[in-house]
Design a protein around this ligand. Structure first.
Ligand code: SAM
Length: 364
């Protein structure tokens, strides 16, 4: 049932299911209740994103309102032990990569301790973190010592005033200091930089970021703006596509050269420059959706499993965790939820529905 050509299988199933007016099947067959974690379209799930908090110390305009959101009560948030248990169950059935996110994951106290707990789980080959970087001057080393292997730092501008305008925090210097702290931690590599691409804002610094990538060796990636902002400011015309950004770079540097050989479920299209110095990437979920290769599931800070960023339904795993469910029962809940993983996000299609949660409430 785990077709090696996942994308072909997705297409075949999708055509059948869409013509029947639905895109997911409810009941997993017996073979999906054993072996690797797989959805009803044959996609193998290897990647678990775990939000450790819904709180954030930034207020990025594309994500959160200026006044913040109503934070979850602390008791609703999974404990480190609960997170580690779920990760262990997931790793047992084929999840290989865990990424911690939020909110801002580093505002939660003792996150290096969670990293240490997760790094002891057999089967996990990658343990990464997505962060705004502000706490890295203090935490880069403890995270490295705890076993963190990869990192994404979100950075939308290299200019102090524009950075402050977008994040509503005057914190560029601290983020830069955080990046320098990472340079002293060689076990955390590569260092990736993520910038959200928004028309009318991002264009002005595309070339500065390209030079930054070449100068520092950080992999700079632009991600297309998605309708996941709490203020609902997203409009289709605000999307600046990866193709457009690439054209800006090529107008200065000449044709970019694709970097091959990556993980097939990699979300970024990766390129180097003609002289081989520096790498940039484009994450194009809107203009070039990669749902057919999606191998990701997400756990919110309060223990809801989401099988798509744009999911309309969630599976409560905190309830079972706190009411004495066995590992086998939790595994079963995970398998059943994954079986119903959505076909695709439908952005740009009349079937698209916004989700009630913003990126910070899901865990981006
Ligand atoms: N606070 C951490 C950070 O800044 O990286 C982790 C959480 S943040 C929600 C994760 C990523 O989601 C960031 O790179 C952020 O830029 C991105 N993001 C948030 N809202 C987005 C949106 N509407 N469209 C695209 N990316 C978004």
């Amino acid at each position: 049932m785990t077709d090696t050509d996942g994308s072909r299988k997705v297409t075949r199933r999708a055509l059948r299911d869409l013509s029947a007016g639905h895109d997911v099947s409810d009941t997993p067959p017996a073979e999906a209740l054993a072996g690797p974690l797989v959805d009803s379209y044959g996609r193998r799930i290897r990647n678990l994103r775990i939000s450790v908090t819904d709180r954030c110390n930034f207020r990025c305009v594309y994500c959160m309102p200026a006044e913040g959101l109503a934070w979850l009560p602390r008791g609703d948030i999974l404990s480190f032990e609960e997170i580690a248990r779920l990760a262990r169950v997931a790793a047992n059935i084929g999840v290989e990569q865990v990424r911690l996110t939020g909110g801002e994951p580093l505002v939660r106290r003792d996150v290096p301790e969670l990293v240490r707990m997760l790094s002891a789980i057999p089967g996990l080959t990658s343990l990464s973190l997505t962060t705004n970087g502000v706490a890295l001057p203090k935490l880069a080393r403890p995270l490295a010592e705890a076993g963190l292997t990869r990192i994404n730092v979100s950075l939308d501008s290299l200019a102090r005033d524009r950075f402050a305008e977008l994040t509503r925090r005057d914190a560029l210097e601290q983020v830069m200091a955080g990046l320098r702290a990472l340079e002293d931690c060689p076990t955390i590599r590569p260092i990736k930089i993520n910038a959200v691409a928004m028309r009318g804002f991002t264009e002005a610094e595309v070339l500065d970021f390209a030079h930054f990538a070449r100068r520092t060796g950080y992999r700079v990636r632009w991600i297309e703006f998605m309708p996941l902002d709490a203020d609902q400011i997203w409009r289709a015309e605000d999307i600046l596509t990866g193709g457009e950004i690439r054209a800006i770079i090529e107008s200065e540097f000449g044709p970019l050269v694709p970097v091959g050989g990556g993980d097939p479920s990699e979300t970024a299209r990766r390129y180097t420059f003609s002289d081989g110095v520096g790498e940039v990437g484009f994450i194009n979920p809107v203009s070039e959706p990669f749902c057919a290769q999606c191998d990701r599931i997400r756990l919110t800070a309060e223990g809801q499993l989401r099988t798509c960023l744009f999911a309309q339904v969630e599976t409560d795993l905190r309830g079972p965790l706190r009411s004495g469910a066995s590992d086998a029962e939790i595994e079963r809940a995970l398998r059943e939820a994954v079986w119903r993983k959505e076909l695709k996000h439908y952005i740009g299609d009349k079937r698209f529905h916004r989700t009630a949660r913003s990126m910070s409430m899901i865990g981006g």
